[in-house]
Design a protein around this ligand. Sequence first.
Ligand SMILES: [Zn+2]
Length: 255
Amino acid sequence: MYIDTHCHIDDKRYTDIDSVINEYLREGITKVINVGCNVKSSIDGKNLAEKFDSVYFAAGFHPSDINDFNDSSLNEIIKLLSHKKCVAVGEIGLDYHWEPYDKDLQQKGFIKQIEIAKEYKLPVSVHLRDATEDAVKLLKDNKDKLTYGGVLHCYSGSVETAKILLDLGFYIGFGGTLTFKNANKLLDVARYVPIDKCLTETDSPYLAPHPYRGETNTPKHIPLVLYKLAELKGVSMEEMAKAVYNNAHELFKKL
Ligand SMILES: [Zn+2]
């Protein structure tokens, strides 16, 4: 049994969602978490979760959508958190890649959503891009609010940063980037992270693994990520899959 802990199958490029779901079920992916970026995608995730057994969802504001973040939109997100298939607050975090960005608003939104996750007894799904220093500081400063843990999704940082995150109790999410030809640094991270802290994801529709790089990704590609991870950890594919499945249930208690 395989799991995709981070995808966006609410994306409009999936014009035939039934076949996307049937395809990943056929490949042995039994659960996927559709992660929200704003109110609309969080509600879309909820609707998918209500329609399909295998779909769970997370709700939150992505740092690149943080301009939509205010008291009333936050209330819309909060209403979703008690849903029985809402497994996390996310994706939340910092992204200083796409200009223009408002660092202060991103940090304010990130902290507020960490607080809400604690209040609703949920873990956080964290997105981080080009903002490692600020994110590490913010997470350390708010360590006491990370009671229900979290995952750093689609990890792309250094071994040193991974160590800090593991010390804060985080899981590390590995995706298609692990299979890319230029993944050298990430391979070291995957070798370093203990098996009981590894999660797999696709971040569909983005980041399709090799040899599908550049195509529209779907959760059916999880075995390619698992295969690579198993190879790096020196365990069988089945052993790796079992560990990841257990880890996901350890972190996301409502799965
Ligand atoms: Zn994502």
